[in-house]
Write a protein that binds this ligand. Structure first.
Ligand SMILES: [Zn+2]
Length: 700
């Protein structure tokens, strides 16, 4: 399927739909037959589960044919080897983003089974490519004469990155070591998959059913209503609470019943640690060992060194230095917060010591006392539709772009919303899918992904299809979806990733990749606009009266903006240390997960009232893959985003056009064409300083 043709014809205003009803019986697999859709979005209305496997198998076969042809090239040039390799694998490029998009956002038993089948197939496939000696010889030959090839910056970067990726994936190893690496890659990918599947099962398995209304004391009405609806949907009486964030987090914050808070938090923290069929401890022990073995095979002393080698941070020392620098003031601050809460407990006449399941609850009470502000008072101003318009308006003021909802695009679920993004001059920039609410088939958290990346083909831009997936508070009864401040911030964050994808201007797939610890800059910088008084006045309207958020409430938000940062920073940093600690190991013999985790946290002096944000057995970022030895990336990038936002505030205008334009041109459009620090320097004119981060978190 030639996506670029579809886009071209739609840009001319045609909506083509020439694809016949597809079914496995008549062999019309929408991934394998030309199937035109508006803007070249995936034909979700025609995709069935049965299509994935044949499409992946055909994709792998066709890709290998292309690879073998490139490897046999007689006279290697940049164009017939490097650029040809970059373009190869079109079928996989169509099917895999859709498959993984669905497996994350709308999975089912069938999808999980397919995942189990294709995971080893793909692991083997990429090994077949990276370990193809003939192909690597061609790449190496070009790499060694790089300076004589007269390449432009982007081509030069692509050549370097291609060479480096092959080496990182074992292209330089002996034949024996290559087969060892294949085995390890396969084992690692299957272990990560098992980890993620167990975690999803465990998250869905827990249910707290309450049948006595008195037990709901303290909970806001909207939470009670949502819990009643959840119970009804599950065919139960009473109120149902789950481990999904919109359910558990308000429960921990507001439920007066201490025992129930404890029960919920412990269930949450022990996901994957229940000594049942979904237990992740053994998986983690094996995974950490296999990763170390892989790193050693590739001549690194530990896995962190291997993982960090192509990131901005470069070494684990650099990561630890940053984490420790923030840890010390953050822990001190968290201890002060704990003392404040203990005082409140004592004052109330209760005689117990603050515990982890009390933290969010008493934090809320201290905030109420100190700032006369409670989070629930803000929700009515954060109706999802209003927040969404606010995010769009911020993007319009910064970059001149607009978003319009389109109702006739194929979707994978009725709740998904689709929008077209246009540039200031009306040019089509891309399509954005928005999928807001939790479902049993959705993994937790929020993320941004693409069904298709932006790229230039034959001088024409193929526009991206981007998706933002969240787990926000649902509408319930007559009440629309009213977001918590955390959820508002999350929407701004994921939207920042979406902008990075929508603005991308590159000519090769290989130059769109951004280092893991740089990729949170575009997302986190957007969080700075979320609660800025000027921005609140654009979108924070009461869902019933339509009144703008009162100045008094805005001032309270401003005053309390650094409140609770001790806890937030400590729980995040603790998880970042844990992730790093596993991956700097140089010996994994008799690794006992629970003991290791405890030792790692004790060493830091973590207080018992704050568990790491993720405990090992539910730490999907690092054990499910994606952020392995990389959870630190958020704070690494925060040094950048805090410093970058300062560029706006220094001008006195948070919508300063010169700065916004520079951010778009030097960072958002560039993908990975240049080294991350160079791109930052080009935007800011200097390297980032940590001061703004410490200031924003109240840790100075
Ligand atoms: Zn992010």
């Amino acid at each position: 399927m030639k996506i670029k043709n579809v886009v071209t014809c739609l840009a001319a205003g045609m909506i083509a739909s020439s694809c016949h009803q597809s079914s496995p019986e008549n062999g019309m697999n929408p991934f394998l037959t030309p199937c035109e859709t508006p803007f070249g979005v995936p034909p979700f209305d025609r995709i069935n589960h049965e299509h994935y496997l044949p499409a992946v198998e055909t994709g792998v076969r066709e890709h290998l044919k292309e690879i073998n042809a490139i490897a046999k090239t007689k006279k290697p040039t940049f164009e017939n080897v490097i650029a040809a390799y970059d373009r190869s694998g079109e079928i996989l490029r169509n099917v895999l983003p859709v498959f993984y998009g669905i497996s994350n956002a709308n999975t089912s038993e069938e999808i999980e089974k397919i995942d189990e089948t294709i995971t080893p197939v793909l692991s083997g496939h990429y090994d077949n490519i990276y370990l193809n000696a003939e192909l690597f010889d061609k790449i190496k030959e070009l790499y060694e004469q790089k300076d004589a090839l007269e390449l432009d910056d982007e081509q030069s970067r692509l050549l370097e990155e291609t060479y480096r990726t092959f080496v990182r994936n074992g292209a330089d190893l002996s034949p024996d070591d290559k087969s060892k690496l294949r085995e390890l890659n396969l084992e690692i990918s299957v272990l990560q998959l098992n980890f993620r599947q167990n975690l999803l099962t465990e998250t869905n398995a827990f249910q707290l059913i309450i049948d006595d209304e008195k037990q709901l004391s303290g909970l806001p009405e909207v939470q009670k209503q949502a819990a009643a609806e959840a119970a009804k949907a599950a065919g139960r009486q009473g109120w149902l609470f789950t481990l999904h964030n919109p359910s558990i987090m308000p429960f921990l914050q507001f439920a007066d019943n201490r025992d129930l808070r404890k029960q919920m938090l412990e269930a949450y923290l022990n996901r994957g640690n229940n000594n049942n069929d979904n237990d992740n401890k053994e998986i983690v022990a094996k995974l950490v060992a296999k990763r170390l073995e892989k790193a050693k095979l590739l001549k690194y002393i530990n896995y962190a060194d291997y993982a960090l080698n192509d990131r901005m941070a470069k070494t684990s020392e650099n990561v630890y230095t940053l984490l420790h620098r923030i840890w010390t003031p953050a822990l001190k601050k968290a201890q002060e917060e704990a003392a404040d809460m203990q005082r409140l407990i004592n004052k109330s006449g209760a005689a117990f010591e603050l515990e982890a399941w009390d933290w969010r609850y008493y934090n809320e009470k201290v905030m109420k006392n100190r700032f006369d502000l409670n989070e629930e008072a803000l929700r009515p101003y954060f109706r999802l539709e209003n927040v969404r318009e606010g995010v769009f308006e911020v993007a319009r003021r910064l970059y001149g772009i607009t978003f319009t909802e389109l109702t006739d695009l194929p979707k994978y679920h009725d709740e998904v919303i689709t929008c077209e993004c246009k540039d200031a001059d009306g040019t089509h920039l891309g399509i954005l899918y928005l999928d807001f609410f939790p479902r049993p088939g959705k993994r937790g958290g929020a993320w941004c992904g693409t069904y298709r990346d932006a790229i230039y083909e034959n001088g024409k831009r193929v526009a991206p299809v981007t998706t933002v997936v969240c787990n926000f508070t649902r509408p319930s009864g007559n009440t629309p979806a009213l977001l918590s401040p955390d959820e508002v911030e999350t929407l701004f964050h994921e939207f920042g990733h979406a902008l990075h994808s929508l603005f991308l201007q590159v000519h090769y797939y290989g130059t769109s990749d951004v280092p893991r610890d740089f990729v949170e800059l575009p997302s986190q910088i957007m969080e700075h606009w979320a609660f800025h008084p000027e921005v609140l006045k654009l979108y924070a309207k009461h869902y019933q009266t339509g009144d703008l958020i009162p100045d008094e409430l805005v001032q309270k938000m401003q005053k309390s903006s650094k409140f609770g940062q001790g806890f937030a920073t400590v729980e995040y940093l603790a998880a970042s240390f844990l992730d790093m600690d596993y991956h700097i190991l140089t010996n994994t013999d008799s690794l006992d997960i629970l003991k290791f985790e405890k030792k790692s946290m004790d060493k830091l002096g973590l207080i018992k009232q704050i568990p790491p944000r993720y405990r090992t057995t539910s730490f999907s970022h690092t054990m499910g893959g994606g952020y392995t030895a990389g959870y630190y990336s958020y704070i690494w990038a925060e040094v950048l985003d805090a410093d970058a936002f300062l560029a706006f505030t220094e001008t006195g205008d948070i919508f300063d056009q010169t700065i916004a334009n520079a951010f778009r041109k030097e960072i958002l459009e560039k993908g990975g064409i240049y080294d991350a620090m160079l791109m930052y320097f080009n935007f800011r004119g200097s390297e980032p300083q940590i001061d703004a981060l410490l200031e924003n978190r109240g840790l100075k």
